[in-house]
Design a binder for this molecule. Sequence first.
Ligand code: ZN
Length: 134
Amino acid sequence: MRSMPEIVHPLRRSVFRGVAGHCPACGKGALFWKYLKVNGRCASCDTDLARYPADDGPAYLTILLIGHLVVAPLLFFPIVWRSNPAYSLPIILAPLAALTLAVLPRVKGGWVGMMYALGVKDTDARLHTADAAD
Ligand SMILES: [Zn+2]
C-alpha cells in the first residue's frame, strides 16, 4: 500500500495560479480552453494538465463556499423571509446562479493547482480508500 502523496510543487503558488486560470506549473499558459475544460497540455511549458483529476471536487467546494459565505448570511436578513417569493426568489436566485457560475472555474483551477502541487494523477485513482478496503 502506497502512502499519501507528498507536496511535490509549491502548494500556494500552484493553487493561486490555478485560481487565476493559468497553468499551475509555469503560470503563463491558459488552464482552460472552454468554460471548465482543462487544456490537455500547457501551450507555454507543455505540462500535461489532463492528468490532474478534478471530478466532482470543485462543484462540491463551490456549493460549500457559496452556501456558507452567501446563502447562510443572506437568511439573516428579514426581507428574505417577509417578501413575496414570486418577487424575491428571482431577484435572489439569478445573482446567486451568476455568482456560482463565476466562482466554479476559479475553484476548479485552484483544485487542479492543488492536484498538481500534491502530485496526484489520474492513475492514483486506484488508491481510493473505498477500493483499498476490499
Ligand atoms: Zn505551463
